[in-house]
Design a protein around this ligand. Structure first.
Ligand code: GLA
Length: 459
């Protein structure tokens, strides 16, 4: 695997999308772009809500991406525009970037990427940037459009300042800086956006970041279906509440195990420290945690702290304002440890490719969805309905993908059933609802593993 993002020369006139973007850029700034950068979205095949607990996940990049045309100058300003008129122009000084968490607008994601790379490089002087962005990833759909925008901006900032950073470092920097917008994501989206390779899904492991090829078995296709329920991670606190519940579960389990609980944040780190298997961690969860939700008072009592300490040190900014009074520690920890095991099983089935591999993978995907729905509670009625329809339509496995609470499902469909699958899902989920029917083209499609973030220059 090459270390740095590829730089490719392209004939702009031969690529309809690049040609149109170049025209838009010329129309806007009356000059030609110097280079282009793109970063893909992703679909996670299995391993949901476990990256921020330190566990490996198994995504692949999709063909849909964020593409930016860029020129540089010495104005010390960043000028941003988007080909979609819904997203307004924005200008800011390179040295005065501020990100408003309360108001997660599109350009803040871009600015997260710029700021992250600025800090990573500690540049003494910075170029001004003019940029037009064009995105094909449906927003708020669980396909990582926001992280792709952060990654694209990071790549733009690196290239505009004529610097070179490895893909792994870019991924880690972009994962960290997306937190400026307030979401405590785990790094899967940024990692696959940079480390993806065409034709391959990847097992992504963290700390240190590693990506291992996963060869998907033949005979089946992955199909994405959007529930058409929008979920904006940064605008709601569901996501961060789950991060906090996992953190509290870690601390309670650490305390009961006689460890210095204050130094543990992730369920994965706790497993490493205890040196136990995932099965043993599940036994510990059964022994120590109760299925009834924990009140703030109960957590404080167990850890021997007061509510102020709980709020400030453990509960994050997004969830601090008293909106969460109960934490489902047993359910969240059970999900994380079982899901972590399913990722390893999925990878093992892909590696061995036994007869019936497709069915085995489908089963793991179904178990993953059930766990997301029942234990992690990150599904919603429409996603559950869509998963059921997909299974009824012939998928061997189907699950929500990404953060959940809306967005997309991913289904594994035997190749020979593809046509009837698409037809049935269309009839049962999309056609009965005018809004969904209008969105069907970008909402229901087969996908294959796409390549990672790339820089293009004109040939
Ligand atoms: C979001 C986050 C990821 C990951 C998923 C859930 O996409 O950005 O880091 O936590 O949700 O698996």
């Amino acid at each position: 695997m090459e270390k740095n993002p590829p730089k490719i020369k392209v004939l702009i006139s031969a690529n309809e999308r690049l040609r149109k973007l170049k025209e838009a850029f010329l129309g806007k700034y009356e000059e030609s772009p110097l280079f282009y950068a793109c970063a893909p979205g992703r679909v996670n095949l299995i391993g949901e809500h476990i990256d921020y607990c330190g566990y490996a996940v198994l995504p692949m990049a999709i063909e849909q991406n964020i593409l930016a045309a860029v020129s540089v100058n010495n104005s010390q300003m960043i000028q941003l525009a988007n080909t979609d008129p819904k997203y307004k122009d924005f200008t800011i000084s390179v040295s005065g970037i501020t990100i408003d968490r309360e108001n997660p607008q599109w350009h803040y994601y871009f600015l997260c990427g710029v700021k992250g790379i600025q800090e990573q490089l500690s540049l003494s002087s910075q170029v001004g940037i003019r940029c037009v962005v064009d995105g094909t990833i449906p927003a708020s759909s669980g396909l990582s459009s926001s992280s792709a925008l952060v990654c694209c901006a990071g790549l733009v900032t690196m290239e505009a300042n004529q610097q070179s950073i490895s893909k792994a470092m870019l991924a880690e920097t972009c994962a960290k800086c997306e937190r400026y917008i307030g979401t405590e994501g785990g790094g899967m989206d940024q990692s696959i956006s940079f480390l993806a390779e065409e034709g391959k899904a990847k097992l992504i492991e963290f700390n240190p970041l590693r990506a291992t090829d996963v060869k998907l078995p033949g005979g089946a296709v992955f199909v994405i279906a959007n529930s058409c329920v929008e979920m904006n991670k940064a605008a709601s606190s569901h996501f961060n509440i789950r991060v906090v519940e996992c953190r509290i579960a870690t601390k309670v389990l650490a305390k009961v195990s006689g460890l210095d609980w204050s130094s543990f944040q992730k369920l994965g780190d706790l497993q490493t420290e205890l040196g136990l298997s995932l099965e043993k961690m599940l036994e510990l969860v059964e022994e120590v945690l109760h299925p009834e939700p924990y009140s703030r008072d109960e957590v404080c009592k167990i850890l021997g702290i007061n509510t102020e300490q709980l709020s400030v040190n453990i509960v994050s900014a997004n969830t601090r304002h008293g909106e969460v009074s109960h934490f489902r520690l047993y359910q969240r920890a059970r999900h994380v440890y079982t899901e972590a095991a399913r990722v390893l099983q999925f990878k093992a089935v892909c590696d061995l490719a036994p007869a019936g591999a497709v069915l085995q993978l489908g089963k793991l995907m179904n178990q993953s969805h059930a766990s997301c729905r029942d234990l992690y509670e990150c599904s919603c009625p429409e996603l559950d309905q869509l998963v059921n329809i997909c299974l009824q339509a012939g998928a061997v496995g189907s699950r929500l993908t990404g953060a959940g609470w809306g967005g997309c499902t991913v289904s594994m469909v035997p190749t020979e059933r593809m046509d009837s699958f698409l037809q049935t899902v269309k009839e049962l989920y999309y056609m009965p609802d005018a809004r969904r029917a209008a969105l069907i083209k970008q909402s229901l499609f087969a996908t294959r593993p796409g390549g990672g973030a790339t820089i293009f220059t004109e040939e």
